[in-house]
Design a protein around this ligand. Structure first.
Ligand SMILES: *Cc1c(COP(=O)(O)O)cnc(C)c1O
Length: 459
């Protein structure tokens, strides 16, 4: 075995030279990072040898679990065969061709074309340019405005963060860019009050109609949303929401964009979240689980309706990335999708492990600290509350979530906290025994969180 430097030395070097994303780097340098060393199946291992069940599938992406030989071998083989070539110079390559055909096969019928990026953020930036170019080509260049939701997440590039509705992101760097408008999110637990959830779903969807009429139908290009908001706190919309959004988009002729970066490739029990929630988008952004994180790759699924117009520009579509359709990324995605197909992982989420985890997760709803336990497919949340009957938030938002997250991590289970909402999205291969461990650990973590909140006078 090679010599590993002492943990504290690694932490110091990390703090000195590594600028961490979405982190208070000053604070992090004091605490020290936890250094993850290896992973297998649903478990990650830190450098001190602690085993932790990865209840977040990395960052929602490691769908088929860690250390999958088939994917690693496919990447290695591809790198030997053709490590890189671009797709700009009237050129293509085998993995790009094979993956494009495969994506057309597994996606809803209106999708037959794929544009590749290296990430979900780049996919959404691509979509901004596609949507605006679509309308310009159709002779309506003033149709520029894209409507998203407050607390939606569409990535961290200038375009992606502008489409998203994270105010703390807008506050840094002068966002959003022009021509982006936000409406409320379909977050019944947090914003629905005493209203019936389905009536609430219709009401917030109709904010889209109001916004279109206020901005002017001839100025609105598209609406974008995540079928289930992920980073915003696993917000599962009421059933009434998406069909009403679809009706409004149809009525006013605006494009409907599904950001499937988290929901895509099976997470909700269908290949895409739009299939679970019953709507038909014109564009789909994807990334994350397309390769289960083995390579960085994302892209845009372009419907025939949009592709036909973009094919008629009569000029180049002036957009692309050096790593668009990177051969190793495509090879990873193909091998990953083949695993999902061969192991019938989506059927498993729909008929077996999904319903099992949903039932067991719902049991946590009886805990005194839990205002709501919700889940669809294998993506869920627990709303922590000091007064669950009123669905009350904590006085100091975020502290309970952070305490709970830290206790969970230390107990061998990764849950993520957004505000005081605990998130779970385990790999698709999670076993029944592992689900039992998750729920048992989560309950214990909730007990200890409640105690700590009392001790610190926070609840
Ligand atoms: C993660 C995420 C993105 C951004 O993807 P990156 O690969 O991080 O750029 C966009 N949309 C959604 C819904 C996401 O969850």
């Amino acid at each position: 075995m090679s010599q590993v430097p002492a943990l504290s030395l690694l932490q110091q070097t990390d703090a000195r030279h590594h600028f961490h994303p979405f982190s208070d780097n000053h604070e992090l340098a004091q605490i020290g990072t936890r250094i993850i060393d290896r992973a297998e199946g649903v478990y990650i291992y830190d450098i001190e040898g602690n085993r932790i069940l990865d209840g977040m599938s990395g960052l929602w992406n490691v769908a088929v679990g860690y250390d999958r030989k088939e994917i690693i071998d496919a990447i290695t083989k591809q790198l030997h065969q053709l490590a890189y070539y671009n797709t700009f110079f009237k050129t293509s390559h085998m993995p790009a061709i094979e993956l494009s055909e495969l994506l057309a096969e597994i996606s809803p019928p209106q999708f037959n074309r794929v544009f590749y990026t290296s990430s979900g953020s780049e996919a959404n930036d691509t979509i901004i340019r596609m949507v605006r170019t679509y309308w310009a080509t159709k002779g309506a260049p003033e149709r520029q405005v894209i409507i998203g939701r407050w607390n939606g997440y569409h990535g961290s590039t200038i375009g992606g963060a502008s489409l998203g509705g994270m105010k703390y992101m807008h506050a840094q760097g002068g966002l959003p860019i022009s021509g982006i408008h936000h409406i409320d999110q379909p977050y019944w637990y947090g914003e629905g009050g005493d209203e019936d959830p389905e009536a609430f779903g219709i009401r917030v969807a109709r904010q889209l109609e109001t916004a279109i009429l206020e901005i002017g139908v001839d100025k609105v290009a598209a609406f974008i949303g995540e079928p289930v908001q992920g980073a915003g706190g696993v917000i599962i919309p009421p059933k009434s929401y998406w069909p009403e959004i679809q009706r409004i988009c149809n009525q006013y002729g605006i494009l409907l964009i599904a950001d499937e970066v988290i929901c895509g490739f099976g997470r909700t029990g269908n290949w895409f979240g739009c299939q679970t929630f019953g709507f038909e988008p014109d564009l789909i952004a994807f990334a994350k689980a397309v390769s289960s994180g083995y390579q960085p790759i994302g892209g845009v699924l372009v419907s025939d309706k949009v592709a036909d117009v973009l094919d008629s520009i009569g000029d180049d579509f002036n957009h692309g990335y050096t790593n668009s359709a990177h051969p190793a990324g495509c090879a990873a995605a193909i091998a990953n999708i083949r695993i999902i197909q061969n192991e019938k992982l989506i059927e498993r989420i729909r008929d077996d492990i999904g319903p099992y985890l949903q039932t067991r997760w719902a049991e946590l709803g009886d805990h005194p600290l839990v205002g709501e336990a919700r889940m669809v497919g294998l993506i869920g949340a627990l709303e922590l509350s000091p007064d669950k009957a009123r669905r009350a938030p904590f006085a100091k938002v975020g502290s309970a979530g952070m305490i709970c997250r830290d206790i969970s991590f230390a107990s061998g289970l990764i849950m993520r906290a957004t505000r005081d909402t605990m998130l779970l999205a385990p790999p698709f291969i999670v076993s029944h025994d592992e689900v039992d461990f998750i729920v048992k650990t989560a309950r214990d973590v909730l007990d200890r969180t409640a105690l700590e909140l009392k001790e610190r006078g926070l609840a």
